[in-house]
Design a protein around this ligand. Structure first.
Ligand code: TPP
Ligand code: MG
Length: 412
């Protein structure tokens, strides 16, 4: 066997590490750069949008360009309120986790606009296939905060009876499908549900999200292929927040533009500023209209930044510069929408502060209500029988055997 001199495998390194100045390319994209696409656009028509970045809010927080969805102030204030609710809820839940009241937690910090703007752009009968980074969609669909907290605690009122990790919500009434711990599985399931709606001739669209890291999995590619071939009414989002726990997005894709990966599959693809509420809303509404008119799937890269830790078990200061989020060219989604509204004289710092206080009280109230159904340290918890019930209509013999064994051990 003849060995070559250079046979090492190329392993990409992150662009910045602890102690470095965070390195982000400056954005030259302006809201006026990209025209509104026709809903029946060809894949080629969208190439410019996949290579560029759809924005509506400019650097002075004014809404500009053809993608401005022209939402009225009530709709914008509602969006701002949902985002603020998500952030305050997350902060409170993290404190609960740190004081031993929750076992684990994951925040949407810096990415609040994604699920909230995108879900607001849909119809209520549309199906949501989220990851753990889109719980905000539930606020849009009217989920009661007490039941969300009961799930995170895993107490007796947890609607999934402790079978899932915290933040892996299921909200049937809101068509918010169970979050899957094995990342990526939701992508191809979403395409299947979209095809079922089409087969049943229902005016229902499916939206799904996958992270930059998980988009390196096969599920992502199967989903795009199926969606394209069968013209599924589905909106396929890759949320590129630059990190998959401690792994930079350059590990998931050699090409750092994730949007254009939809083009060879024949799917119109767009890249959007994920911290721009208006741009996200607009692109999603456009994609919803395409799907609703049977024009097929849309693939969207949502360009954003994971401002906080991956989860309560993670310490990002070990692998990326501290406060790197403050260098992100897309800024903060809440601050940007707030300044936009203030600029239009529809909002003020005072109203903002009052809203923060009101939501903070709402979260505390909900937490106190939730622990009445059991806390992590003392229970009551869902019965251990729930491991065996409600999975199979008729549990198979080997599970019945295990169930008996568990009862013997438990009741001894
Ligand atoms: C199939 C699978 N592999 C690995 C993991 C462990 N894991 C959980 S989240 C995560 C990172 C996912 O990153 P990304 O897809 O970018 O989503 P983000 O957390 O950034 O929103 C990993 C590796 C998992 N849950 N499932
Ligand atoms: Mg990621």
């Amino acid at each position: 066997m003849v060995k070559k001199e250079t046979n090492s495998i190329h392993v990409p390194d992150a662009p910045h590490r602890p102690g470095d100045e965070p390195k982000f390319d400056e954005w030259s994209y302006k809201p006026e750069d990209l025209e509104l696409l026709r809903i029946d656009c060809s894949v080629e028509d969208a190439e410019k949008h996949a290579n560029g970045l759809v924005r509506v809010l400019n650097d002075n927080h004014e809404a500009k360009g053809e993608w401005d969805p022209k939402l009225n102030s009530d709709e914008l204030i509602l969006g701002l309120e949902h985002m603020l609710r998500m952030r305050i809820f997350d902060e409170r839940m993290m404190k609960m986790q740190r004081t031993g009241k929750l076992s684990f937690y994951m925040r949407s910090f810096g990415e609040e606009a994604v699920a909230i703007a995108q879900t607001m752009a849909l119809k209520n009968e549309d199906w949501l296939f989220p990851t753990y980074r889109q719980p905000g969609a539930q606020f849009v669909r009217g989920r009661d905060m007490v039941s969300m907290i009961c799930h995170c605690i895993g107490n007796e009122e947890d609607n999934v009876k402790g079978r899932q990790m915290p933040v892996h919500y299921t909200f049937r009434e809101g068509r918010y499908i169970s979050v899957s711990s094995p990342v990526g599985t939701q992508f191809s399931q979403a395409v299947g549900v979209a095809l079922a709606s089409k087969y049943k001739q229902l005016d229902e669209v499916t939206i799904t999200w996958i992270g930059d890291g998980a988009s390196a999995e096969g599920d992502y590619h199967y989903a795009l292929n199926f969606a394209s071939i069968f013209k599924a009414p589905v909106i396929l989002n890759v949320v590129n927040n630059q990190w998959a726990i401690s792994t930079h997005s350059n590990f998931a894709s050699k090409n750092q533009n994730f949007a254009i990966r939809g083009i060879p599959y024949g799917i119109p693809s767009v890249r959007v500023d994920g911290n721009d509420f208006l741009a996200l809303y607009s692109v999603t509404k456009w994609a919803r209209e395409r799907a609703g008119k049977d024009l097929g799937p849309t693939h969207i890269e949502v360009l954003t930044y994971r401002a906080g830790a991956h989860s309560s078990s993670d310490d990002p200061s070990r692998y990326r510069p501290k406060d790197s989020n403050s260098f992100w060219p897309g800024g903060d989604p809440i601050e940007r929408l707030k300044l936009h509204l203030i600029g239009k004289n529809d909002w003020s710092e005072k109203l903002h502060e009052e809203l923060e206080h009101r939501i903070d009280a709402e979260v505390m109230e909900a937490y106190k209500e939730a622990v009445k159904f059991g806390d992590l340290a003392n229970g009551p918890y869902p019965s251990s029988d729930a491991i065996f019930t409600e999975v199979y209509e008729e549990p198979p013999w080997h599970l019945l055997e295990q169930w008996d064994e568990m009862k013997r051990w438990r009741d001894e």
